[in-house]
Design a protein around this ligand. Structure first.
Ligand code: NJP
Length: 237
């Protein structure tokens, strides 16, 4: 496996687990995160014995940052086989308490970030005539929950975006699909990974395994959408 992958939001949580799993499968990985933590995560992966790890402190909602990450990765690894749009933020409160700043911020990171990274890798993947774009969306991108008007609507947006993109790019050999997890034990929404109350939730490795499945599917196949829940989570059907 000599694949090259860009993973956004790889400082911690699901993105970090995907980076570790891809590296374990022999991929070269570029990690992107908006805080200093991204460099510590690269160090951790290097200490685990993985080579060919790039790290970028870069904001997915900033076009110049995204351009820099994609171009530098493509130059360093010679190609970009996989993009994982994972970076995302949560916010849950009654709609009348949501500020315009919060609204804009979540749309910038959760929606514009997915748009910019996807837009930037497609010309490269078109030239390669191959590529896989995986977006970590959410189960609440498929049904709404109370206090989720903002978060859930960003994930509905992402589902719509990915559905169009998937149909636009398949003629170039590019697959695009989403993973829609239920509750995953991470740092999401200002919680702590490993907190005892989340012991029965999905693990970051579960989502990483799903990402490997999408990325390693045979070239003639696209996995449009994968929805995953912990057994303890009830949800509308
Ligand atoms: O969350 P967390 P998850 N530019 O907070 C990065 C979705 N999801 O792993 O910027 C670039 O542990 C941040 O790094 P840093 C969720 O919507 C989750 O759970 O350095 N990166 C960190 O690495 C999201 O799309 C659950 O602080 C930015 C990462 O994003 C994805 O899973 C359920 C950034 C967030 O790690 C991963 O979230 C579900 C920016 N502007 C969907 N802003 C769940 N956990 O239950 C943040 O349905 N990051």
């Amino acid at each position: 496996n000599d694949q090259s992958a860009i993973i956004t939001g790889a400082s911690r949580g699901i993105g970090k687990a995907i980076a570790q799993k891809f590296a374990a499968h022999g991929a070269k990985v570029a990690l992107m995160g908006s805080s200093e933590q991204i460099y510590k995560t690269r160090q951790e992966l290097e200490q685990e014995g993985y080579e060919h790890i790039l790290a970028f402190r870069a904001d997915v909602s900033n076009e110049n940052d995204v351009d820099h990450v994609v171009e530098t990765t493509n130059n360093a690894f010679g190609k970009v086989d996989i993009l994982v749009n994972n970076a995302g933020m949560g916010l849950f409160k009654p709609v009348e308490e949501i500020t315009v700043e919060e609204w804009k911020k979540l749309y910038e990171v959760n929606v514009q970030g997915v748009f910019l990274c996807t837009k930037k890798v497609i010309p490269i993947m078109k030239m390669q005539k191959f590529g896989t774009i995986i977006t970590i969306s959410s189960d609440v991108g498929r049904y709404s929950i109370p206090n989720g008007s903002l978060y859930s609507s960003t994930k509905y947006a992402v589902q719509g975006f990915m559905g169009s993109v998937s149909q636009e790019v398949r003629k170039y050999g590019i697959r695009a699909g989403t993973i829609n997890p239920g509750m995953v034990d991470t740092y999401f929404n200002e919680t702590k990974q490993g907190a005892p109350e989340k012991k029965d939730w999905l693990k970051t490795e579960d989502i990483a395994d799903a990402a490997v499945y999408l990325a390693s599917a045979p070239k003639h196949m696209v996995i449009d959408e994968l929805q995953l829940h912990p057994l303890i989570q009830h949800y509308p059907r």
